[in-house]
Design a binder for this molecule. Structure first.
Ligand code: UGA
Length: 438
């Protein structure tokens, strides 16, 4: 019998997973505790910016395979495989993850689960969580099984990453659980995507290990950027040259303002906290350095800006290009660009922030900041421009047209996204992270 699915939590991960599983042909019910979110999704509207997701969502609501609810009983009764996709944010005042949504949602789901149901965790969690959920469900719901199936999707590419992932990883304790997941993912497995079966702790660790590696790669190149700046070298050429070695690879070697978002920063911190609880804290000491290098990029950019403005932010107008933590996303969680904007504003500058999609979210978090949706209006009268997120709109900006708007043509390219030669030729004083001065 074709499995029917529920997806608990409809944030970036859950909404995408629900829509994509319906796209694969399954009957899916998505649950969220927010009635506003459920109302939007039911209308076929994605509550955040994610290219391509709106079409998949609308198509599958229209064909009747996908629906949304706030009611756990309704979600559970319509399904026999349940994906837990709720958030695991950084706990307030601590490095570890706040697990209340994961345990809370399983607790609310439990009374409505049919015997033989499979609960599949997708959220990024501290190792040991799957075992703890299995222990609790064994008491309340004997016969209900648990599996762990980490998700590796990137914001901005969520639909493609879900339908055509690099690999599928499942942590299981029985052949039956493995078979159920093979049925769910059959269309993807049939495309030749590797399906890796392992135990719970390994599956949980694969996710945080992958994100830790990616964070380390970014901080590695940013550490090189610091040395390049001190030595008068160019980190973009260095990255290009080392990237030709296939053992190193050229992806995720873009030096600049570093990583942000709702995943990499909090995941490496939660991983260190969990390793500490397990007595393995020494093993992950390097991640503290990875975090420090990353945060230093923001401080360094503020310093560069102050220097560019002859030592003072007072009475200076600064345009910050970018509020989201990366292009093609409206997510401003732990956004390096927005962080720099706020720091310069707090230091006395008159800062205006532009972003193609992220301004509403930015204004919710920092209502006191000034925002301008139109790029040219944002540049108008500026003493300094700081590019903090490499949106296509900024990479394609005409330096001469931009120069005509500002009071003083000075730019700090925080993402090494612009062509220094073209910008300098148009009269700009161009500075970048890890690259020589003119
Ligand atoms: C990241 C991982 O890439 C996904 O595989 C993972 O599933 C996801 O976290 C998650 O745990 O849910 P995401 O947060 O969407 O995905 O963003 P990335 O594309 O990884 O970018 C993270 C940050 O690193 C961005 O701020 C980006 O600007 C920065 N970055 C990326 C660099 O500074 N340099 C690079 O070379 C690449």
């Amino acid at each position: 019998m074709t499995p029917r699915l529920s997806v608990i939590g409809t944030g970036y991960l859950g909404a995408t997973h629900a829509a994509c599983m319906a796209e694969l042909g399954f009957e899916v019910v998505g649950l969220d505790i927010s009635p506003a979110k459920v109302e939007l999704l039911t209308k076929g509207t994605v509550p955040f910016f994610e290219p391509g997701l709106g079409e998949v969502l609308a198509r599958n609501i229209a064909n009747g395979r996908l629906r949304f609810t706030t009611d756990f009983a309704e979600a559970a009764s319509g399904a026999d495989v349940h994906f837990i996709c709720v958030g695991t944010p950084q706990a307030a005042g601590a490095q570890k993850a706040d697990m209340s949504q994961v345990f809370g949602s399983v607790e609310q789901l439990a009374p409505h689960l049919s015997p033989g149901a499979l609960v599949v965790g997708k959220s990024t969690v501290p190792v040991g969580t799957a075992d703890e959920i299995a222990r609790r469900l064994a008491i309340s719901n004997p016969g209900v099984e648990v599996a762990w199936n980490p998700e590796f999707l990137r914001e901005g590419f969520a639909v493609n990453d879900t339908l055509h992932p690099d690999r599928l990883v499942v942590g299981v304790r029985s052949d039956r659980a493995e078979q159920r997941l093979r049925e769910v993912y059959a269309p993807i497995i049939n495309e030749g995507v590797p399906f890796l079966v392992m135990d719970f702790p390994t599956a949980e660790l694969v996710k945080v290990a992958a994100n830790s590696f990616l964070a380390t790669k970014i901080s590695f190149i940013n550490a090189m950027a610091e040395v390049c700046e001190a030595a008068g070298a160019d980190v973009t050429r260095l990255a290009e040259a080392i990237g030709y070695d296939p053992r190193i690879g050229n992806r995720f070697l873009a030096a600049g303002l570093g990583f942000g978002g709702g995943c990499l920063p909090k995941d490496i911190r939660a991983f260190m906290a969990r390793a500490g609880e397990l007595g393995a804290d020494e093993a992950l000491m390097f991640l503290r350095e990875v975090d420090q290098i990353n945060l230093r990029r923001r401080v360094h950019t503020v310093d560069l800006a102050r220097k560019a403005l002859d030592g003072s932010f007072i009475d200076k107008r600064i345009t910050v290009l970018g509020a989201s933590f990366k292009p093609d996303s409206d997510d401003v969680r732990d956004s390096p660009s927005l962080d720099v904007a706020v720091a310069m504003s707090n230091a006395g500058a008159d800062v205006v922030v532009n972003d193609p999609k992220g301004l509403d979210n930015a204004a919710r978090v920092y209502p006191h900041m000034a925002y301008e949706q139109d790029i040219m209006a944002a540049l108008s009268g500026s003493d300094l421009v700081v590019l903090g997120t490499e949106w296509r709109e900024y990479r394609e900006l005409d330096p001469a047209a931009a120069a005509a708007q500002v009071r003083s043509p000075r730019i700090i390219d925080g993402r090494n996204a612009l062509d220094p030669i073209a910008w300098r030729a148009a009269g700009w004083t161009y500075r970048a992270l890890g690259r020589p001065h003119a």
